[in-house]
Design a protein around this ligand. Structure first.
Ligand code: AHG
Ligand code: MN
Ligand code: MN
Length: 341
């Protein structure tokens, strides 16, 4: 008989926990709290056109970008959910210059820290285009029972215990990994549950989509320019020309390429000499998911994103992520043409 049973996020994380008999269930509880916060943000995102939530919150974050109201709202929702969990001792968020330390008794005993981009793709809020949330979880390094410290957050991505994203798109989805593959859930608003929809996400080794902001073309490194031309050339054997897709929300661009096969690039430019995307709460979690799905993530210069040792909370890195063979090809061009510069 066909098995039509719906598995919810909470059921799946509990099953996952039973695979680790000595685990205390903390990570499972944490993922459930993230799921709850995601539902609250989902509701607000869906109401964005109806309530007075659009527009600027009249404040700027450390990078001088204007914060939209929904960014601030999402930041608050996730912060409160994390503090309520009692498992998290501190947060690094795109929306806060410094780390947020939870110093209530319960949180001081929390074993984990969270890095988060509460609202990714914020320029798309006002125009009804997909946006997201990206998160990354580490074991703290500072002693349990004390306040979280900066060193807890400046760990390489290889140390991530779990990571994931939520995409508020044509449907709301959560994709996460704890290092045992990537799993996807689709939100069913009628029953208020994230339902298992992508049991084991595997990204194609080859793809036909390239995603990059071509408005920056003349400021790209030569290797990227040559790779873009390669994507546009005719070649039946390799199925070129490829197709170009760029939403301007990392989560949405990455998610589409993950499912269909493709490459996302945010290289260095003159105005962003280190790239634009942030290592801790954008690149590392996305790179972890990509690798767990069989893809690849580098800085375009042969360095695996997950092995970069962070030095700064809001550090930026050039980002090349997606189907393995496409990232390898882009790297080849970067290597060949950087030597000419
Ligand atoms: P955020 O909204 O969290 O600041 O992130 C925006 C990021 C990312 O989502 C997206 O891929 C990129 O900025 C787009 O940048 P450009 O507009 O420069 O292409
Ligand atoms: Mn972002
Ligand atoms: Mn953001």
């Amino acid at each position: 008989m066909e098995d039509n049973r719906v598995l919810t996020l909470n059921e799946v994380v509990i099953q996952m926990q039973s695979a680790f008999p000595y685990a205390k269930g903390e990570l499972s509880r944490l993922l459930m709290h993230i799921g709850l916060a995601a539902k609250i943000v989902h509701n607000q995102v869906n109401k964005a056109g109806l309530v007075n939530i659009l527009g600027d919150a009249k404040s700027t974050n450390i990078q001088g970008e204007s914060q939209q109201k929904l960014d601030v709202y999402a930041d608050n929702v996730f912060r409160k959910a994390m503090q309520a969990s009692g498992i998290i001792c501190g947060i690094a968020s795109e929306e806060n210059d410094e780390i947020i330390i939870f110093d209530d008794d319960l949180s001081l005993d929390g074993n984990y820290v969270l890095c988060i981009d509460p609202l990714d793709g914020s320029s798309n809020i006002d125009v009804n285009v997909s946006i997201g949330t990206i998160f990354s979880i580490y074991h703290r390094l500072s002693p349990n029972g004390t306040k979280a410290q900066l060193c807890d957050f400046l760990q390489p991505g290889t140390e991530q215990v779990a990571a994931g994203y939520i995409i508020y798109g044509s449907s709301t989805m959560m994709v996460y990994t704890t290092g045992l593959g990537a799993t996807g859930f689709t939100y069913d608003a009628a029953i208020g549950e994230f339902c298992l929809s992508n049991d084991h996400v595997v990204t194609p080794e080859d793809g036909r989509i390239y995603s990059v902001n071509e408005g920056n073309y003349i400021r790209f490194p030569r290797g990227v320019k040559r790779y873009i031309k390669y994507c546009q050339e005719d070649d039946k054997a390799t199925n070129r020309p490829y197709t170009s897709r760029y939403i301007g929300s990392l989560v949405a661009d990455f998610h589409r390429n993950l499912i269909k096969g493709g490459i996302y690039m945010y290289p260095t430019t003159a105005s962003n000499p280190n790239g634009k995307l942030r290592l801790l709460y954008e690149c590392n979690p996305i790179a972890f998911i990509a690798e767990q799905a069989g893809g690849k993530a580098t800085d375009g210069n042969g360095n695996r994103i997950l092995e970069i040792k962070p030095t700064d909370l809001h550090q930026r890195v050039p980002f090349f992520v997606g189907s393995k063979n496409m990232v390898d090809k882009a790297e080849e061009f970067m290597k060949e043409f950087s030597e000419e510069e």
